[in-house]
Design a protein around this ligand. Structure first.
Ligand code: SF4
Ligand code: SF4
Length: 392
């Protein structure tokens, strides 16, 4: 593989490391690219990463584990796409993804990336857990198996397997059922959606997962899908059509506002709570959905909604995207993006840091613990705000 063969050969040289993507408004502020915020080294910035990729493809530097870690520490958050003022900005993340694909094809990957991909290939989830455990989240719940319902509720790997995210999966299911929505689930038959393998550059595995999911959905008569995770929402909406899967896809936060308005679900009283919202990259920057989650929070009785300084398209990524919730290239420092983000929530004196993504939920809740802020801030999925406590 040489630069001449690289898909973005005619573009990658156009990044001249001007740095606007790092320091867009304030030279003191480096918290736009989460990997640059974490390492504060040019090689971990957007421009540095693109230059290293170009040097590697030009045979000016060899592949190394370090180079791979730098490439894989990109969370695909798209903050640089918003901040780079140049016309090629829409392809920045695509260029990094193409470099990841080159690494996948050459078999030269960091161990944690290899483990992630192998686990999905062998077990259908990144954790390497038995596929039979995929339905554990719904144990004791009376939620029907999908059988021609109006909507399929697709839970995804984090909501199915991660014990904290399972609570959000249950909360969304309870809300949909209590509103009388015709909805069913796949339970243990659910298959990984493929968003993260796509963001790790494994195009073959994405195609395999997409084909299997689409075949299953079509066979069962699925037309409309509600997802727990913005990651599933993104891949179903934006990648599945090219594999023949044209479904109507909703993130659950896009369904709830109408259910509130028509009185089909009641919000719990959160009197005197100050709530802020962390935009998930795959709902916000990837799909421009900024309003729906805010509408829901603002409809909750007694809530004072407050924005963090960085919000909507300027929101800082939690650091968990593109498989980083598992590979953890950005962890282990007070400058880990999740820790910076919870300090931003603390700075606006939020009682609750609301999220709408199971990845953000686990990343930010862990960060609150490490920061010692458990008495000050609770991290809650928006769906959990409808209940007085987590186990209700
Ligand atoms: S990605 Fe854009 S803003 Fe960032 S260094 Fe390159 S050219 Fe400059
Ligand atoms: S997508 Fe996010 S993590 Fe990747 S280079 Fe751009 S700002 Fe940095």
């Amino acid at each position: 593989m040489t630069l001449a063969d690289y898909r973005y050969n005619d573009l990658i040289h156009r990044c001249f490391r001007c740095g606007y993507c790092k320091f867009p408004t304030d030279w003191e502020d480096v918290t736009n690219c989460p990997s640059y915020a974490r390492f504060r080294m040019e090689s971990y910035s957007t421009g540095g990463r693109l230059w290293l990729i170009r040097a590697w493809l030009n045979d000016e530097i060899p592949w190394s584990d370090n180079l791979a870690k730098i490439v894989y520490s990109c969370t695909s958050c798209k903050n640089c796409v918003e901040k780079c003022p140049h016309t090629f900005n829409v392809d920045i993340v695509n260029m990094i993804l193409a470099a990841k694909t080159e690494m996948v094809d050459s078999g030269k990957l960091p161990k944690s990336v290899k483990d992630f991909l192998q686990n999905v290939q062998l077990h259908g989830n990144p954790y390497g857990l038995s596929a039979k455990k995929r339905a554990d989240w719904m144990e004791g719940m009376d939620i029907p198996a999908f059988n021609g319902h109006d909507y399929l509720y697709y839970v995804g790997c984090e909501g199915s397997f991660d014990t904290r995210a399972q609570n959000a999966a249950r909360a969304v299911a309870k809300l949909l059922m209590s509103a009388g929505i015709s909805v069913g689930v796949l339970g243990a038959d659910e298959i990984s959606d493929g968003n993260e393998v796509d963001m790790l550059g494994e195009e073959g595995l994405l195609e395999e997962l997409a084909s299997r999911n689409i075949a299953q959905f079509l066979k069962m008569g699925v037309k409309n899908i509600i997802t727990l995770s913005p990651h599933s929402y993104n891949v179903f909406k934006n990648r599945y059509p090219e594999f023949g899967g044209d479904f109507k896809v909703f993130h659950y936060t896009q369904i709830l506002p109408d259910l509130i308005k028509t009185g089909k679900i009641k919000t719990a009283d959160k009197s005197d709570m100050r709530i802020t919202f962390h935009d998930p990259c795959f709902l916000g920057r990837w799909n421009q959905e900024y309003d729906a989650p805010r509408k829901i929070i603002k409809a909750i009785d007694g809530v004072e909604f407050v924005e963090m300084a960085k919000n909507k398209k300027a929101a800082l990524c939690c650091g968990g995207g593109a498989g980083n919730f598992f590979t953890d290239f950005l962890g282990g420092s007070e400058d880990s993006p999740a820790r910076i983000r919870v300090r931003e929530a603390r700075d606006v004196k939020a009682d609750i840091l609301a999220v709408a993504c199971p990845n953000c939920l686990t990343m930010l809740e862990d960060a609150v613990k490490v920061e010692g802020l458990e008495d000050e801030i609770k991290v809650r999925d928006i769906s959990e705000l409808f209940f007085q406590d987590l186990n209700e």
